[in-house]
Design a binder for this molecule. Structure first.
Ligand SMILES: *Cc1c(COP(=O)(O)O)cnc(C)c1O
Length: 497
């Protein structure tokens, strides 16, 4: 199977090239030229298997230039016993009111990004072995919180790689900051920058595209790559868990093979819900893809009206991983919905970067309303949902609560009682302050991060994941903070060049 660019159909590369390169030279994203089909018999064959075996079968449909042994090596390394706190890797739990919660946060950093970022380093180093032999891969990440930690944990001590993460000094939660600054590993570095997330992101983009920097790395046998969610190697692992969740529902008797399900996803960059779209196109019978947003509801408006308009206020919410105004992965969906018209994508993406706005054609609008439903909720509704869901027996984080709320509204509006999977994207202890406030009504004003963790544990009796609990009192290893002009020199210093 070959991959092409959403902005230039003449591009044709293997999956290894797409993963090693990250983004196409024309600025487009890599997409498969055809979406592999699976049938009922294939799904039946997956049902008795464990997550690792299911992943091997699904991934081999997309990564056709990886050998069977290579895929086995990658998948077994990523999801081996002990890495995830559930032997099912991403278990499905039924909650009061009937929905099935797909817990995607059982990995080392307690956020769903582990599902992809545990596998990506294996896919990337294997790809590099095929395409750019003998080079050290340098991963640069700008993060607003969850991605940085998940990438550090994924690339920690992976031979042939180095990783450096920049985060805004005042732009991440105390827990997220501690998670990063205490990171172990010989090939990792973390640096705060004086500025906000956009400064960090722009700085990293500038370094990536600077020819002089590229040349200097090249002289030293190194090359940049990206762990960003636009990399196909981050998207393809996410398709697996939707297929696997469908198998789990068959296995536990909730549905029969062939029955339809709905999927609800708390959405930011549109990667997670796009993976569900691919699963549907492959043959998983998904009735509606329900896109849940917080107060930054640019996607709700887009999916309902067909107009993408980022010219609006930006809100800082209690679900920060969804505070985003440009959802990069939407470009891939639009490419498929326009019958692979690279010309149309160039036009719309050009309008987006020039005017911050574009409107899709009627044909795409019709498909959007057929495939998707969408909704949004604010922080008060998120808190009320955490409380109500907790009272019914399930403690959710803020992002998951947004999805639960949007699903409730969907059910009320449509009366649709189809079995539904809700993607749960973070452990509640990652966002202790907001979750505690929602459950308890108030938080002592002077309580620090770990006192809040203790209070949440006392209040709910839910265990706090060990990797978060043991951060308490750990001394930070990376304390440097630089100005954005100094980022290149910081990278050189880390690489010793
Ligand atoms: C990244 C993230 C999201 C958003 O996922 P996208 O794939 O960017 O849509 C939602 N919840 C949490 C906790 C996240 O870390």
């Amino acid at each position: 199977m070959l991959y092409t660019s959403t902005r230039d159909k003449n591009v044709l590369v293997s999956s290894a090239q797409a993963i090693a390169q990250g983004i196409s030279v024309d600025g487009g994203l890599f997409v498969p030229t055809e979406i592999p089909a699976i049938d009922k018999a294939f799904i039946d064959s997956l049902v008795p298997l464990d997550y690792i075996s299911r992943a091997k079968k699904v991934l081999s449909l997309y990564l056709t230039d990886y050998t069977e042994e290579e895929i086995a090596y990658c998948v077994e390394g990523a999801y081996k016993a002990g890495k995830f706190s559930s032997e099912k890797v991403s278990p499905v739990k039924k909650i009061e009111g009937g929905a099935n919660i797909l817990e995607l946060w059982r990995g080392p950093t307690c956020a769903f990004k582990d599902m992809a970022l545990q596998l990506l380093p294996y896919l990337l180093t294997t790809a590099a072995g095929k395409t750019v032999k003998d080079k050290t891969i340098v991963i640069l990440v700008a993060t607003s919180g969850d991605t940085g930690k998940a990438a550090l944990e994924g690339f920690k001590d992976v031979p042939g790689t180095k990783i450096m993460v920049f985060y805004p000094n005042d732009g991440v939660s105390p827990m997220q900051k501690l998670q990063m600054t205490t990171q172990a590993g010989e090939n990792v570095a973390v640096c705060a920058i004086n500025g906000n997330f956009d400064d960090a992101q722009n700085g990293v983009k500038k370094i990536f595209t600077d020819e002089a920097v590229k040349a200097k790395l090249n002289e030293n046998g190194m090359m940049f790559s990206s762990a960003n969610s636009i990399n196909w190697g981050r998207l393809v692992p996410q398709i697996v868990y939707y297929v696997s969740a469908y198998c789990d529902l068959i296995e536990n008797g909730t549905i029969k093979n062939g029955d339809e399900i709905n999927v609800v996803v708390p959405t930011g960059n549109f990667g997670n819900i796009l993976a569900a779209y691919y699963a549907k196109k492959m043959g998983i019978p998904v009735k509606k893809l329900i896109c849940a947003s917080n107060a930054n509801n640019v996607l709700t408006d887009f999916l309902k009206q067909g107009v993408y308009d980022r010219n609006r206020s930006f809100f800082t919410t209690t679900s920060p991983s969804m505070d985003i105004l440009i959802s990069s992965n939407l470009e891939r969906l639009l490419y498929h919905l326009t019958d692979e018209s690279d010309e149309t994508i160039r036009k719309w993406m050009g309008e987006l970067s020039k005017d911050g706005k574009y409107e899709v054609c009627d044909k795409v609008k019709a498909q959007l309303s057929d495939l998707f439903d969408a909704g949004c909720c604010d922080d008060d509704e998120t808190a009320a949902t955490i409380k109500a869901t907790y009272d019914e027996g399930y403690l959710s984080d803020t992002h998951t609560a947004v999805a639960i709320k949007v699903y409730d509204e969907y059910k009320k509006a449509t009366g649709d009682m189809t079995e539904t999977v809700i993607a749960s994207t973070a452990n509640p202890y990652k966002f202790s302050a907001a979750v505690l406030k929602a459950v308890k009504g108030e938080v002592p004003a002077d309580a620090d991060e770990f006192e809040q963790v203790d209070l949440l544990r006392e209040t709910t009796g839910e265990p706090c994941p060990e990797q978060l609990a043991t951060l308490k009192g750990k001394a930070p290893r990376f304390t440097a903070c630089c100005n954005k002009e100094e980022m290149v020199d910081t990278v050189y210093a880390m690489l010793g060049i």
